[in-house]
Design a protein around this ligand. Structure first.
Ligand code: SF4
Ligand code: F3S
Length: 104
């Protein structure tokens, strides 16, 4: 599977949703997650994210986010179409510590 990391927080560009061939993205208030049970591991979303927020689960940096993706994909609704990003999305691109301060 692929996973969404904290780099998505407050960015939510949703380019990933536009290219995903299955409905495995789920939307929370401040970030998206991938349902690992539905993702077919095609990899097309990864290079599309302007915030570089998507990693293959084989990436050592992805490990800590996999449980979060699994947990919240069970709670949040599926997002199946691209949406406009938040107005301040660019200001949050690349910031460290977004998860701690802005996840919820
Ligand atoms: Fe969707 Fe493919 Fe990305 Fe999985 S790897 S989330 S199936 S685009
Ligand atoms: Fe988030 Fe990147 Fe998708 S910022 S919504 S993972 S395109």
């Amino acid at each position: 599977t692929y996973v969404v990391t904290d780099a998505c927080v407050r960015c939510k560009f949703t380019d990933c949703v536009a290219v995903c061939p299955v409905d495995c993205f789920h939307e929370g208030e401040n970030m998206l997650v991938i349902d690992p049970e539905v993702c077919i591991d095609c990899g097309v979303c990864e290079p599309e994210c302007p915030a570089d927020a998507i990693l293959a689960d084989t990436d050592p940096l992805a490990e800590k986010w996999l449980a979060l993706n699994r947990q919240y994909s069970a709670k949040w609704p599926v997002i199946s179409a691209q949406l406009p990003p938040p107005q301040d999305a660019q200001a949050f691109k690349g910031l460290d510590g977004k998860f701690e301060t802005h996840f919820s």
